[in-house]
Write a protein of this length. Structure first.
Length: 93
């Protein structure tokens, strides 16, 4: 197994989708979409799958995943089975 350096594999914070902690779900989805459109996929095969949430001091205080977005918009009675089905296709949790 190769000894990879984390720094060589990570997505820099400056290239990540971010929103302020008071943002709406819609704003977070737009930020994720924009990051996916602008990201340079020639250097890495990985797509942005989450939005980082920043506080007033620009510090990361949380993460909103693709599945987190789906959980927020699916009705409660449909959530469990559909989320399990979707997670099999590589969506982050």
């Amino acid at each position: 197994m190769n000894n990879f350096i984390v720094k060589d594999l990570m997505v820099p914070l400056s290239e990540y989708a971010t929103v302020q902690e008071g943002s709406t779900l819609f704003e977070a989805v737009l930020a994720l979409e924009k990051a996916q459109e602008e990201f340079d996929y020639e250097h890495t095969p990985y797509h942005h799958r989450a939005v980082l949430i920043l506080n007033q001091n620009k510090r990361v205080i949380g993460k909103l995943s693709q599945l987190g977005v789906l959980r927020a918009i699916l009705p409660i009675n449909e959530r469990t089975q559909q989320i399990e089905d979707i997670s099999r296709f590589g969506f982050s949790t």
